[in-house]
Design a protein around this ligand. Structure first.
Ligand SMILES: [Zn+2]
Length: 503
């Protein structure tokens, strides 16, 4: 048996090999690549005094080496014939390895079987084939180069590193589908980075361009994709709508809403968030008094009392004495305290509203599942949907968007001109109807909104008769009707006067 101290543990070799960073893949490399082993591993340079290994000695050594690279609870079984090991990063990024020692181990490599509850079967098969090849081949042929020595720990470390480092491995089929988009759309490039877990989008449509990044978080799909707009030539008020909508699709999918429904619902949700504060859910229902409610009320009363006291300190002017009852310093401190208190209260209130909205949304989702008979499939994967929304649904759609009532383009060909129209509130500026997400030319929308019948559905068939409502117009049909008949009466009177004067 070789000198223990001079021999590098197999695991360390694999770890250092696996740490070799793979180059970021581009659209051409359709599959995220696992880490590549280094050209040589310390095994080939280790002391010739080590080995040859007998099967028993090798397995005993494996048992020892494993302790350095695996958490005890991930080592499920270890016998003279086989071992069951778990590589775990998150509930989704998790792989089971079943390794068997053949009669000729370690001259013959481990026989490995891969299992996963979260990966598609096809990908599991591919990984298994790849692992077997890695174990079989020497390092100079892109293998692990571990045959002839105990290699369970090295192999485990290699796979575990891959599970931890390659953030897109779990999304491989989705990433491939998404990259297919870049082949379908000529002016779109998608650069994939496995280690960062990002997809960088670059798109141009006429004079308009967009650069956005979609990041796949560790806990995806239970955590939503992160979406960022790096650069966009559309005015900020325009691209922010689409950015928020993309984030909303990702968020909805992460809580189990189907992709199709998430895309559909994101239109109005974003509108609400942009234009009006979210409606407090449950306000119309009977409020049951619970101890939690009483606590809330007590808290509110306390807050008001404290705020009132501070206000009094600040405004304590005595008209007879012509002076404040408190020094400038004390009053300034009171004002500061009041500001702090109000800010804290505002943040608490917002957190409370958000928590209530989340509960209401979950209830709504459960109700929808009950009514439609859809089962709960858990968080939904949506990389392709989000990328498709940002590209086909935004950057490649908007520059070509035609008016729904005339045939004019809603956006001018030049982004600078679009910016000017919106900034200067010109009458031919593009504007979005929040109720269905359609884009209009403002002057055309004005005519549409101010002529009967009231109310009118959106002319676009895909909007399924959604009533057109816009924050800059009167949306109450009765009030609109009244305004219209008044304007007609004025017109008639003017006409009569003109007729009378013979003009
Ligand atoms: Zn519409």
């Amino acid at each position: 048996m070789g000198d223990e101290a001079s021999t590098s543990p197999a695991a360390a070799a694999a770890l250092s090999a696996a740490a070799e960073a793979p180059a970021p893949a581009t659209a051409e490399a359709a599959t995220p690549q696992p880490p590549q082993p280094a050209a040589t591993t310390p095994h080939e340079t280790s002391s010739p005094a080590e080995g040859p290994w007998t099967r028993e000695a090798a397995i005993a050594r494996d048992r020892e080496d494993l302790k350095d690279v695996i958490h005890a609870h991930h080592l499920k079984t270890f016998t003279e014939d086989f071992a069951k090991l778990v590589c775990h990063k998150t509930a989704y990024r998790r792989l089971m390895l079943h390794v068997q020692f053949s009669d000729n181990y370690p001259s013959d490599p481990l026989h490995v079987e891969v299992q996963s509850d979260t990966l598609p079967a096809k990908l599991v098969e591919k990984l298994q084939a790849m692992f077997r090849e890695k174990l079989e081949k020497p390092a100079d042929q892109d293998g692990l180069g571990v045959r002839g020595r105990p290699h369970v720990a090295a192999f485990y470390a290699y796979v575990d590193e891959m599970i931890h480092e390659n953030k897109l491995l779990w999304a491989t089929p989705e990433v491939r589908q998404t990259l297919a988009l870049a082949k379908e759309i000529p002016d779109l490039t998608i650069a994939v980075n496995d280690e960062a877990g990002t997809l960088k989008l670059k798109a141009t449509c006429g004079k308009y361009m967009m650069r956005a990044v979609v990041t796949v978080p560790d806990e995806y799909p239970a955590s939503p994709l992160e979406v960022e707009m790096k650069k966009c030539s559309f005015p900020p008020t325009v691209h922010t709508v689409f950015l928020l909508q993309a984030r909303e699709i990702a968020r909805k999918c992460s809580i189990g809403v189907s992709v199709e429904r998430a895309v559909q619902q994101s239109t109005t949700v974003v509108a609400d968030r942009l234009i009006a504060p979210p409606q407090k859910p449950g306000t119309k229902r009977d409020v049951k008094m619970t101890s939690a409610h009483l606590k809330d009320i007590k808290h509110d009363v306390n807050f008001l009392k404290k705020a009132n006291d501070l206000q009094e300190v600040n405004a304590s002017y005595n008209k007879q004495l012509h002076m404040y009852l408190h020094s400038t310093q004390v009053r300034r401190a009171a004002r500061r305290e009041l500001r702090k208190l109000t800010k804290q209260e505002f943040e608490k209130e917002r957190a409370r509203e958000e928590a209530e909205a989340a509960v209401a949304e979950e209830e709504q989702l459960r109700e929808w599942r009950r009514v439609t008979g859809q089962e709960d499939l858990g968080p939904q994967r949506c990389i392709r949907a989000v990328v498709e929304f940002l590209t086909r649904g935004f950057i490649f759609r908007l520059p070509k968007e035609k008016s729904l009532v005339s045939d004019k383009a809603v956006f001018p060909a030049d982004p600078a001109k679009a910016q000017e129209l919106i900034n200067r509130r010109r009458k031919d500026r593009p504007t979005r109807v929040p109720s269905c997400g359609c884009w209009w030319i403002y002057s055309e929308l004005k005519i549409f909104m101010e002529t009967p019948p009231f109310p009118k559905p959106c002319p676009r068939p895909a909007c399924n008769g959604a009533i057109v409502e816009h924050p800059e117009f009167e949306n109450d049909p009765k009030k609109r009707e009244l305004a219209y008949s008044k304007s007609q009466a004025v017109k008639r009177e003017m006409q009569e006067v003109e007729d009378f004067l013979g003009m």
